[in-house]
Design a protein around this ligand. Structure first.
Ligand SMILES: [Zn+2]
Length: 309
């Protein structure tokens, strides 16, 4: 294939100047709301709105923004950006949506592959941060309600003064190949027939990336691996992961699936994979995730070019 499928992975752009020093200014949000040059990304139930031409809607501040959870995302090309987050999912189009050129609210999953890279970064940052706020309203030390400070980047407990920071959970995701360069793919128990992907799992406390890869592959399939290499990562704010993409070489090949997690696991040669997709027995994944890109990198072609015959 012409280029590395990991080189244009959605949500891996780093163009935002996160401008962390400004977060400490307690007047920052008020100042930015009063400045018509500020741009606001509005999130409703984790969804954002697109303009009719398909780019992310970034509008000037409105008075109602002060009633939402406000997050300072940083500066993009020198322009300060806020996320204004409302917990409720938007209903059917009403007056407000019509005023936004009837733009529908969409999920990041729906649009991340098509958005300009810096807009996918803005959306992913806002979504990951608002997901964290939605799940961390109470102090883990004393159970009191926490308050939002540092322009949305810290929650502080007014009772014991403890400060709590946004969480990102590292997860490993790995393309495991054997001596014949066959790829190990598996179907989770909750997935429909024909949906296969590379193995993945969360990194545990006290564990390295390589340790997590070896443990997860063995737990899920009983395959032992070595030659573990990190190849690329991808923020995955659904709700709070950072996917650490790796490759590994299998030193054993017998498959024993972990019954409460893996419905089936198989070794695929490239020819078998293409044949199974053509026959409709394996469904090629969309190109949003690093999982799909790891398969493409092994296969040597794009998954969206494969079609059932
Ligand atoms: Zn507390």
């Amino acid at each position: 294939m012409d280029h590395d499928p990991l080189s244009d992975l959605p949500m891996t752009h780093s163009a935002i100047d996160r401008d962390a020093p400004s977060r400490a200014d307690p007047d920052l949000l008020d100042q930015l709301l009063a400045d018509p040059a500020t741009r606001v990304v509005e999130l409703r139930g984790g969804r954002a709105s697109l303009r009719p031409d398909g780019v992310l809607l970034r509008r000037p501040p409105e008075p109602a923004d002060a009633d939402s959870l406000l997050l300072y995302l940083g500066r993009l090309d020198g322009v300060a950006h806020l996320a204004a987050c409302h917990p409720q999912t938007p209903g059917p189009p009403v007056d407000r949506e019509e005023r936004l050129d009837a733009a529908p609210f969409v999920t990041l999953r729906d649009v991340a592959t098509d958005l300009p890279a810096q807009e996918a970064e803005l959306f992913a940052t806002a979504l990951g941060l608002t997901n964290w706020h939605a799940r961390h309203g109470y102090c883990p030390r004393c159970g009191n309600e926490t308050e939002v400070v540092e322009a949305g980047w810290v929650r502080r407990c007014p009772h014991d003064g403890s400060e709590h920071y946004p969480r990102t959970d590292p997860a490993v995701i790995m393309a495991v190949t054997d001596a014949s360069d066959r790829l190990l793919l598996a179907r989770n128990i909750g997935w429909p027939e024909g949906r296969f992907s590379v193995l993945a799992g969360f990194v545990e406390p006290g564990e390295t990336i390589a340790g997590a890869v070896a443990r997860e592959v063995f737990e899920e399939t009983s395959v032992e691996v070595d030659d573990i290499e990190f190849v690329a990562d991808q923020p995955w704010p659904f709700p709070a992961s950072l996917m650490l993409g790796c490759t590994a070489r299998a030193t054993t090949s017998d498959l024993v699936c972990q019954p409460d997690e893996i419905a089936e696991a198989r070794w695929f040669s490239r020819e078998e994979f293409r044949t199974e997709v053509a026959a409709g027995r394996v469904k090629a994944a969309g190109r949003l995730s690093i999982a799909a890109r790891l398969v493409e990198r092994w296969l040597g072609e794009r998954l969206d070019g494969l079609r059932p015959r």
